[in-house]
Design a protein around this ligand. Structure first.
Ligand SMILES: Nc1ncnc2c1ncn2[C@@H]1O[C@H](COP(=O)(O)OP(=O)(O)O)[C@@H](O)[C@H]1O
Ligand SMILES: [Mg+2]
Length: 231
């Protein structure tokens, strides 16, 4: 599903945001990307949907080598990915419902069906009463949930979420995580960047940890290693 081989990202003039990253994530895995602020989590997610280009190395997403895609290829790849951005990126002139429904319309659903799906998801995320509101009149946590609904509305095969619970209290954060877990039960691969250690404790899954742009631990590899080293 996702493979990175010796990936590096150097921001001009020569700041190494990521160095020699090797990761393999299989279909249907649920993975946290952790590490302190500035570790490179957001940069790594941006490489995966080609908002940024890798400086070195190869990246495969859904079997495509995304280091060699043209504009059309990038657009096609992004259709399969549900993105939750740290800064939401909602359209200010549209209501919560319209923001979510638009994502479904863009990939070809009718307006009616798009609205129906959007409404259903917003209700699941506790936003039934707020679906008519514009982003500016929603709280940070509400905007975040709208952004999450938008990412999930097309039932993507891969979800990339950047600090998706950053503006939520722990109860709402757990509710949101359960929604991601339900996606996973349907076979979706989920990669969540978070520096929230409480979240990692409450939901024990594979954790890949970055520090200063380097991969310093991967709980899955640690388990694999323990198994191979067992007598
Ligand atoms: N566009 C950019 N230009 C220069 N430096 C950047 C850019 N984006 C991120 N960085 C730097 O790369 C490092 C990793 O940032 P980021 O990926 O946002 O970390 P995280 O998401 O883990 O907090 C930080 O030191 C940040 O300042
Ligand atoms: Mg970040």
């Amino acid at each position: 599903m996702i493979q990175l081989f010796r990936v590096a990202k150097i921001f001009p003039p020569n700041y190494p945001a990521l160095t020699d990253i090797n990761i393999q994530i299989n279909n249907g895995e649920f993975v946290f990307l952790s590490g302190p602020s500035g570790a490179g989590k957001t940069t790594l997610l941006k490489l995966l949907f080609r908002e940024e280009e890798a400086s070195e190395g190869q990246i495969l997403v859904n079997g495509r080598n995304i280091t060699r895609l043209n504009g059309r290829g990038i657009a096609q790849m992004r259709r399969e990915i549900g993105l939750v951005f740290q800064e939401f990126r909602l359209l200010s002139t549209l209501s919560a419902l319209e923001n979510v429904a638009l994502a479904a319309e863009v990939v070809g659903l009718t307006k009616r069906e798009s609205m129906r799906k959007a409404f259903h998801l917003l209700r699941e995320l506790g936003l039934k009463e707020r679906h008519d509101a514009k982003p500016a009149s929603l709280s940070g946590g509400e905007q975040q949930r709208v952004a999450i609904a938008r990412a999930l509305v097309n039932e993507p095969i891969l979800v990339l979420a950047d600090e998706p619970t950053g503006n939520l209290d722990s109860e709402m954060a757990d509710e949101t995580m359960r929604l991601f877990l339900r996606m996973r039960e349907r076979g979706t691969t989920v990669l969540i960047a978070t520096h929230d250690s409480g979240l990692l404790r409450r939901f024990s899954h594979r954790v890949i940890t970055l520090q200063r742009g380097r991969l310093i631990s991967d709980s899955k590899l640690r388990v694999d290693k323990d198994l191979t080293e067992a007598p």
